[in-house]
Ligand binder design. Structure first.
Ligand code: ASP
Length: 426
């Protein structure tokens, strides 16, 4: 038995706690600059390392995964199931978010002065999400197909294009005689093995990386005015609690049931196996950066077969964001409530549709969810400026929703593996 201090999840927890302490201390005592200049960069290096291996990993593991399936009918059957389960969990997540925010009504309890001062300090989010979704109903599919594979590899936010390239390369390899394909398959297979080893090595630096990330987040949030940050947290307490409660209910209800009924696995056992990946998702706020560890945990600790995990997880890291969609639903209604607007049933149904689309379009990087929230707000005609109200706590909520995004991907891989008879009981 590995001693507790050598277990990855404990190392991450300790890094997180120390980082939190350090961040608070620097904000309270005014040595913020030191933290920003000399601590935060280690967090950036850590997250860069994870992102660095994400694309080669998706490419190599998917090519190996597809060629090992060796049958395109099996591939499309698995693809269909994957997308179906992803959509199902997303719609559930949004519904839970909507029910929670309508029952709790956090928007009505926001003090008038806080509302005013938040709106006054608002600077528009500098991105144009409409660029991504406003170009027609089929634009999503158009954006999956790159015109240049190397462009796709060069853009971390375009994981779906990498998935696409890997899939067609894998399919091409299935169709040629094995003697001709063998060389390339072996290359990808070696690349895959090397990357898995690299993940292990990077994880050895996780305590330091996570410490630096957490300290950086706190310093960015609190700045020199810790009191103001705490005030904001309290004012937005009900809103944040609504998001957290929704995420918790979604995990227990939807994932718990799916795991139990389809995967024949208890939620507890699953969460214990997934702990390090969830904590890393929490620390990095990035599904893409966490993907290498998610894959490792799902394959080696949850018991999902290689070929299912390599297929389901890279797709999930890009299109399946239950945490994000639930948060978008809560945020949209919260803003409407705070601005004194009543949303009709039709508008709430529009939220289900647009939050599903918006979460598919959200890249697995920190802060992407709030940018895509603009689409949801526009669809229900709530002023986009309302985002000012929730910006202050978004970084923190991002940590939680990313954790849930990762958990959702892993749950789906268990469900698909179980349906395909590819779940090892471990
Ligand atoms: N940070 C999230 C993720 O990577 C996306 C979001 O901002 O909601 O999964």
């Amino acid at each position: 038995m590995t001693p507790w201090y050598k277990q990855l999840h404990w190392q991450i927890v300790i890094g997180l706690i120390l980082g939190l302490g350090w961040g608070l201390l620097s904000s309270a005592s005014g040595f913020n600059e030191f933290t920003t200049d000399f601590i935060k960069p280690f967090g950036t290096i850590f997250i860069n390392l994870l992102k660095l291996i994400a694309i080669p990993l998706v490419l190599a593991s998917l090519v190996v995964g597809v060629t090992s399936l060796n049958d395109t009918a099996k591939l499309s059957r698995m693809g269909g199931k994957t997308v179906l389960v992803y959509m199902f969990t997303t719609v559930f997540a949004i519904t839970i978010g909507l029910v929670a925010v309508n029952l709790i009504q956090p928007g009505t309890s926001l003090p008038e002065e806080t509302k005013q001062s938040l709106i006054e300090s608002y600077e528009p989010v500098n991105a144009n999400p409409t660029e991504q979704l406003d170009q027609g109903p089929l634009d999503f599919f158009v954006r999956i197909v790159p015109t240049n594979a190397f462009d796709a590899f060069a853009d971390n936010a375009n994981m779906l294009q990498v998935v696409f390239v890997a899939l067609i390369l894998g399919i091409g390899l299935i169709y040629i005689p094995i003697q001709q394909g063998e060389v390339l398959i072996n290359v990808f297979s070696s690349l895959n093995d090397a990357i898995i080893k690299i993940v292990d090595l990077i994880m050895k630096t996780a305590p330091v990386g996570v410490f630096a990330l957490m300290a950086g987040v706190i310093v960015d949030l609190a700045g020199d005015d810790l009191g103001r940050a705490v005030e904001l947290l309290v004012a937005l307490g009900w809103y944040s609690l609504t998001v957290l409660l929704g995420l918790f209910i979604h995990m227990v209800l939807v994932y718990g049931t799916l795991l139990k009924v389809v995967g024949k696995m208890s939620l507890r056992k699953f969460l214990i196996a997934m702990r390090p990946a969830m904590l890393l998702g929490f620390s990095t706020s990035s599904s893409s950066a966490t993907l290498p560890l998610t894959m490792d945990r799902v394959k080696n600790h949850v018991g999902v077969d290689d070929e299912v995990a390599s297929f389901v997880l890279p797709i999930g890291a890009t299109i399946n964001m239950d945490g994000t969609s639930l948060y978008q639903a809560v945020a949209a209604v919260f803003i409407a409530q705070a601005l004194g607007m009543d949303l009709s049933i039709a508008q709430q149904l529009t939220i289900v549709l647009t939050a599903t689309l918006a979460s598919i379009g959200t890249a697995g990087v920190p802060g992407a969810g709030i940018i895509m929230l603009v689409i949801v707000l526009q669809a229900i005609q709530v002023p986009v400026e309302g985002i000012a109200l929730i910006l202050g706590v978004d970084r923190i909520l991002d940590m939680f929703r990313t954790t849930m995004n990762i958990t959702g991907d892993a749950t789906t891989s268990v469900v698909v593996a179980s349906m395909e008879g590819k779940l090892r009981s471990s």
